[in-house]
Unconditional design. Structure first.
Lengths: 478, 494
C-alpha cells in the first residue's frame, strides 16, 4: 500500500519523468560540454530506473490500477526498452560529437520517449495507451528532425510526423468505436464485457481493425511500413540506431498486450490480421532488402522482416509464443545494438559509413570488425550457433505447437531469402577485392566498446548457457 | 573404453587450435607458424579418433562413449554425443582428410592464411560434431554451421565465379535444411524428445511420417546430392580451392547419406517404404544421366564432380534397399568415395598448381614427365571405376548384390552406371596421362614432390587396404546397421 507519499517517487515512471526534467534543467545550466554531461546523466537515470523496475512491487501501482497494469511480461519488456535506450545513448554519443550535433536536448528527448514507451508497455487502458504512444512518438518526431540544417533529416521528421499523426488518428478512431460498443476503456473491463458474447459485432470488428492498423504502423509491419526505410535513411545514424533498437520493443509489447488481454477470446478475429501482417512483413522485408545499397535502408527492411517473425509468435498466442517473443526481442535488440555500435564508429574517407559497398576491403584493414559484422549478419539470418537462430527456433516451436505448419514453412522460406542479403554484406567485406585500402577508419570510445563486446559476447555465447534467458522468459505472464 | 570425454575432446580440439591460431600474428614470416599449428591440431585430432576406433566395442550395436548433459532447461534438449558403427567411420573420414587438406593448401594459399586455417579447423569441429550428435537439434546446429566455413572457403579462396558458386551453395543447402528444422520441431512436439536413439524406436502416424520424410528428404537430397537437386555441386566444386573440393566431396556429401540412414530409415520407416520407388528412380536417373554428362565435360574438376553425383546415386540405392548388403555397400561406397574423390581432387590440384588450368585439352602425355603421378592417379582412377582390389569395388559389388533381392531393373541401371563410370574415367586418364606431350608448356612439368607424396600415398594405401580387407571396416558397422534394419522391418511388418 501507498503508506507514504514519498514512495510515489519510487514508481519507475514517475522517477523517470521527474529525472528527465532534472536532466533538462541540468543541461540548460551547464556552460561547457552540456551534451556529454547530460548524456551521462541520462544513462545514470536510466540505470536507476532499471533498478526501480526490477524491485518494483505491485503495491506501488495501487493508485493507477485502472490505467496501468503490472506483470512479469511488462517488467521484462520495460527493462529491455531501458537497456536498449541506455545502449543507444552510449553508442551514439561519439557520433553526435563527430557530426557536431551537440544539442543537449537529444538525450532528454530519448528519456521522454523511453518514458512514453514504459507507459505504453504497461498501459491497461485505451486512454493511457494513446497518451503513452503520443508521448513516445512526439519525442521521436523531434528526434528524427533534430539535424535542422539537413534536408534529409527534416524530411524524415516531417514524413514520420505526418504518417504517425495519420496512424494515431486511425488508432483513436478505433478506440472510440471500441469504447462506444463496450462502454469501457479499461482492458480488463473490455475483456469482461466481451466474455458475455460469442461474436464481436460489426462495430467492434471495425474498431479492432482500426486499432490493428494503428499498431501495425507503430511496429512497422507491412503494408504500413512505408515510413520505416525513409525515416531510417533520413535521420542521423545515431537517431536511426535509437529508432531501430528501442521503439520496436515497446510497440511489440503493446500489440501483444492489446491482442491478448482485451481481445483474448476473439482469437480468430485478430489472428487473421496478424497472420497477414506477419507473412507480408517477412517476405517484403526479405525481398526489398536485396536491392538496397544504403546500409540504413537495408537494416530498416531487415527490421521489418524481424517484426514478421515476432508476429508469428503472436499468431501462435500461447505461452510458448510469449516466451518466443521475449527471446526474439532480446536477440533483436542485442544484434541491433551490436551492428549500430559498429556502424556509428566506422568512417570512410572521414564520412560516416552509409553505402554498403564502402565496406569493401574491411576484412583486410580491420579483420576483427569485419569478423564481428559477419557474426552479427549470420545471427540475423538465423544461422546457428548464434543467438538469432534460437530466436527463430523458439518462434517456430510456438507456431508448431499451434499447428501453424504453413506459416512456419513460409517463415523458414522467407529466412532463406533474407539470408541472401545478409550474406551479401559478408561477401562485400571478404570476397570483393578492394581497390582503395586503408581509408576505412574504425574509432570507438571505451564505453561503446564495452557495449559492443558485451553484445557480441551474448550473440556468440548464448548457446553455451541458454537457460538463464530462457528461464526468465518462460516465467513471463502477460 | 575410456573414462574421459574422448568425443568432446575430438570435437572441440580443432576449435581450440583455431582459437590459438587467432592470436598468432600473421605476416610473411609467421604464416608458416599458423600452418604448422593447424597441421598439428588436425593430426592430433586424427590420432585421438584412431583411439576411438581401437577402443571401439564391435559387439555393441548402439552408441558408445556417450556423453550427456542437460542444456536447455525448458525442454529436452541435451548435449548428447556418442559414436556407433555408422558414425565411427564418418568421423574417421573427417579427421583423416582434414590434415591432408591443410597439407594440400600449404603452398597454394598465399592470402589470408589465418582465416583459411581457421575456417578449416572450425569446419572440422562442426563436421565431427554433426556425426557424433545423438540429439537432433545438436545435429541440426552442426549441420547448418557447416555452411559458414564452407561459404567462406569457396567465396574467398575460390576461382573466378566463386561468388556465384558460394551463394548457390549456401542458399541451396540452407533451403533444404530449414525445412528439416520444421520437421525436427514437429517430431519434438509429438514425442517430447530430441534423442535420435529414442526417436528410432518411436513411430509417428503414417501421414505425419510422409510429411516429415519429405522435409528430411529436401535437406539430405540437396546435400548428398540427388538428381535433380545436384546443380549446386559442379559449381561449388569447380570454384572451390582444392582443399575445399576435397572436404566437400569427401565429407560434406556423406552428411546426406548419413542423414538418410539415421533419419529416414531409422525414424520414418513406413514413409521410407512408401517412397522407395521414388528414390530408386531418381538414383538410376542420376547414375546414368550424370555419367553421360561427365563424359562430355572439358574441365577435369567438373568431370569428377559429376562422377560424384553418379557415385552417390549408388549410395542412395544401397541405403534404400534396406538390407544388410545394400546398407553395408552404401557405407563402403561412401567411405570409398570419400577417399577416392578426395584423392582425385588432390591429383587435379597437383597439376593445377603447376599449370593453373583444369582444361583436359591442355594436358596429355603426362606419363612422360610424371611417372609417379601417373601411378597414383591410376590407383585412384581404378578405385573410382570400382576395379576389384580397390575400395570402390566392395561398395558397388555389395550394392548390386543387395539390389538383386529388390529388383533386377535397379541392378541393370546401377551396373550400366558402373560401366559408364569406367568409360569416362578411363577416357579422362587416357587424355591426360597417355600419349605424347603435345603442349610445349608441359615439357618442364615436375613430378610430385615430397609434400604431395605425403598427401597422396596414405590415400592410395587406404584405398587398397579397403579393397583387400573390407572386413576391417565392415565389422564395426555391421551390428549398428542390423539394428536399423530390424527396426525398419518390425515397423513395416505391423
Amino acid at each position: 500500500m501507498l503508506n507514504n507519499i514519498y514512495y510515489i517517487f519510487f514508481i519507475p515512471e514517475i522517477f523517470l519523468a521527474c529525472s528527465s526534467f532534472v536532466c533538462l534543467l541540468f543541461g540548460l545550466f551547464l556552460k561547457k560540454n552540456a551534451f556529454r554531461q547530460t548524456s551521462n546523466l541520462a544513462v545514470f537515470v536510466l540505470l536507476l530506473t532499471i533498478l526501480l523496475v526490477y524491485y518494483d512491487s505491485e503495491s506501488n501501482f495501487a493508485n493507477y490500477k485502472s490505467l496501468f497494469s503490472h506483470s512479469s511480461f511488462i517488467n521484462f519488456f520495460k527493462i529491455l526498452a531501458l537497456l536498449g535506450s541506455i545502449a543507444s545513448i552510449i553508442i551514439s554519443k561519439d557520433y553526435f560529437l563527430g557530426i557536431k550535433l551537440k544539442n543537449f536536448e537529444i538525450p532528454i528527448l530519448f528519456l521522454f520517449s523511453t518514458l512514453g514507451m514504459m507507459l505504453m508497455i504497461a498501459s491497461n487502458n485505451l486512454m493511457s495507451m494513446y497518451l503513452a504512444i503520443e508521448l513516445q512518438s512526439l519525442s521521436l518526431y523531434v528526434a528524427a528532425a533534430v539535424k535542422r540544417d539537413s534536408i534529409s533529416s527534416a524530411e524524415s521528421g516531417v514524413k514520420y510526423f505526418i504518417l504517425g499523426a495519420l496512424s494515431s488518428g486511425i488508432l483513436l478512431y478505433g478506440f472510440s468505436l471500441i469504447y462506444g460498443f463496450t462502454g469501457s476503456m479499461n482492458f480488463n473491463d473490455i475483456s469482461f464485457y466481451l466474455s458475455k458474447y460469442d461474436n464481436l459485432n460489426l462495430g467492434l470488428i471495425f474498431g479492432l481493425v482500426f486499432v490493428m492498423v494503428g499498431l501495425a504502423f507503430k511496429v512497422s509491419a507491412v503494408p504500413f511500413h512505408m515510413w520505416t526505410p525513409d525515416v531510417y535513411e533520413g535521420a542521423p545514424n545515431s537517431i536511426t540506431a535509437f529508432f531501430a533498437i528501442v521503439p520496436k520493443i515497446a510497440a511489440v509489447a503493446l500489440i501483444y498486450r492489446f491482442c491478448l488481454v482485451p481481445f483474448e477470446n476473439f482469437y480468430l478475429e485478430w489472428s487473421q490480421i496478424i497472420l497477414f501482417l506477419s507473412i507480408a512483413s517477412m517476405f517484403l522485408g526479405a525481398i526489398a532488402a536485396i536491392a538496397q545499397s544504403n546500409i540504413k535502408r537495408l537494416l530498416a527492411y531487415s527490421s521489418i522482416g524481424h517484426i514478421g517473425y515476432i508476429l508469428i509468435a503472436l499468431v501462435a498466442a500461447n505461452d510458448d509464443g510469449i516466451k518466443a517473443a521475449s527471446i526474439y526481442m532480446f536477440s533483436y535488440m542485442i544484434m541491433n545494438v551490436a551492428i549500430f555500435a559498429i556502424l556509428l564508429s566506422l568512417k570512410v574517407k572521414n564520412e560516416y559509413l552509409i553505402n554498403i559497398s564502402d565496406l569493401k576491403g574491411l576484412s583486410r584493414s580491420n579483420p576483427i570488425v569485419s569478423l564481428s559484422i559477419s557474426v552479427i549478419m549470420l545471427s540475423m539470418a538465423g544461422i546457428p550457433p548464434f543467438i538469432g537462430f534460437f530466436g527463430k527456433f523458439y518462434v517456430f516451436i510456438a507456431a508448431i505447437e499451434q499447428e501453424l505448419y504453413a506459416l512456419s514453412v513460409l517463415g523458414v522460406l522467407a529466412s532463406v531469402i533474407s539470408a541472401f542479403y545478409y550474406l551479401r554484406i559478408i561477401k562485400i567485406m571478404y570476397f570483393d577485392e578492394s581497390t582503395s585500402e586503408g581509408i576505412i577508419n574504425f574509432k570507438i570510445s571505451f564505453q561503446s566498446k564495452i557495449i559492443l563486446s558485451l553484445s557480441l559476447f551474448l550473440i556468440i555465447c548464448f548457446i553455451f548457457y541458454p537457460s538463464l534467458l530462457i528461464n526468465i522468459s518462460a516465467s513471463l505472464s502477460i | 573404453m575410456v573414462d574421459w570425454p574422448l568425443i568432446s575432446v575430438i570435437i572441440f580440439l580443432p576449435l581450440v587450435g583455431g582459437l590459438i591460431i587467432l592470436f598468432i600474428k600473421e605476416d610473411e614470416l609467421t604464416a608458416i607458424n599458423i600452418k604448422w599449428s593447424a597441421l598439428f591440431t588436425t593430426i592430433g585430432t586424427f590420432i585421438l579418433s584412431l583411439i576411438l576406433w581401437l577402443q571401439f566395442d564391435y559387439s555393441n550395436p548402439s552408441y558408445q562413449y556417450e556423453e550427456k548433459f542437460r542444456w536447455f532447461d525448458d525442454f529436452n534438449f541435451f548435449y548428447h554425443v556418442g559414436v556407433d558403427g555408422i558414425s565411427l567411420f564418418m568421423i574417421l573420414l573427417s579427421t583423416f582428410l582434414t590434415p591432408l587438406c591443410i597439407l594440400a593448401s600449404w603452398n597454394n594459399i598465399k592470402k589470408r592464411v589465418k582465416e583459411y586455417m581457421l575456417s578449416f579447423l572450425f569446419l572440422e569441429t562442426v563436421m565431427i560434431g554433426m556425426f557424433a550428435s545423438i540429439d537432433i537439434l545438436l545435429f541440426y546446429i552442426f549441420f547448418e554451421a557447416v555452411l559458414i566455413p564452407m561459404y567462406l572457403i569457396i567465396g574467398i579462396w575460390g576461382g573466378d565465379r566463386r561468388i556465384y558458386a558460394s551463394f548457390k551453395f549456401f542458399l541451396y543447402t540452407l533451403l533444404g535444411s530449414v525445412l528439416m528444422l520444421i520437421a525436427i520441431i514437429v517430431m519434438y512436439r509429438n514425442t517430447s524428445s530430441m534423442s535420435i536413439e529414442f526417436l528410432q524406436g518411436n513411430y509417428f502416424s503414417y501421414n505425419t511420417q510422409l510429411f516429415l520424410w519429405l522435409a528430411f528428404f529436401a535437406s539430405f537430397a540437396v546435400k548428398i546430392p540427388m538428381w535433380p537437386f545436384h546443380t549446386w555441386l559442379p559449381d561449388a566444386h569447380v570454384e572451390a580451392p582444392t582443399a575445399g573440393s576435397v572436404i566437400l566431396a569427401g565429407v560434406l556429401l556423406k552428411m546426406g547419406g548419413y542423414g538418410f540412414i539415421r533419419f529416414s530409415l531409422g525414424m520414418l520407416p513406413e514413409a521410407t517404404e512408401f517412397f522407395i520407388p521414388l528414390i530408386m528412380t531418381l538414383s538410376i536417373v542420376a547414375i546414368i544421366y550424370t555419367s553421360l554428362v561427365a563424359l562430355a565435360q572439358t574441365d577435369i574438376k567438373k568431370l569428377i564432380a559429376y562422377s560424384s553425383v553418379a557415385h552417390m546415386g549408388i549410395v542412395t540405392i544401397g541405403i534404400f534397399l534396406v538390407n544388410q548388403q545394400g546398407l553395408e555397400g552404401a557405407m563402403m561406397q561412401m567411405i570409398s568415395h570419400g577417399l577416392v574423390s578426395a584423392a582425385l581432387f588432390l591429383c587435379v590440384g597437383v597439376i593445377y598448381d603447376r599449370m593453373h588450368t583444369r582444361e583436359i585439352k591442355f594436358y596429355g602425355g603426362l606419363i612422360q614427365r610424371m611417372p609417379l603421378y601417373a601411378t597414383v592417379f591410376m590407383i585412384f582412377m581404378l578405385g573410382s571405376v570400382g576395379l576389384p582390389g580397390t575400395s570402390g569395388f566392395i561398395g558397388e559389388f555389395l550394392v548390386i548384390v543387395g539390389a538383386f533381392k529388390f529388383s533386377s531393373y535397379v541392378v541393370i541401371g546401377a551396373a550400366f552406371g558402373i560401366i559408364l563410370s569406367a568409360v569416362y574415367m578411363l577416357y579422362l586418364y587416357k587424355r591426360i596421362i597417355f600419349g605424347n606431350i603435345t603442349n610445349n608448356k608441359l615439357v618442364d612439368i615436375l613430378d610430385i614432390n615430397t609434400r604431395e607424396k605425403i598427401i597422396l600415398i596414405p590415400l592410395a594405401i587406404s584405398v587398397i587396404l579397403l579393397g583387400i580387407f573390407p572386413n576391417l571396416f565392415l565389422d564395426p558397422m555391421r551390428l549398428s546397421l542390423e539394428l536399423i534394419i530390424t527396426n525398419y522391418e518390425i515397423a513395416n511388418a505391423k
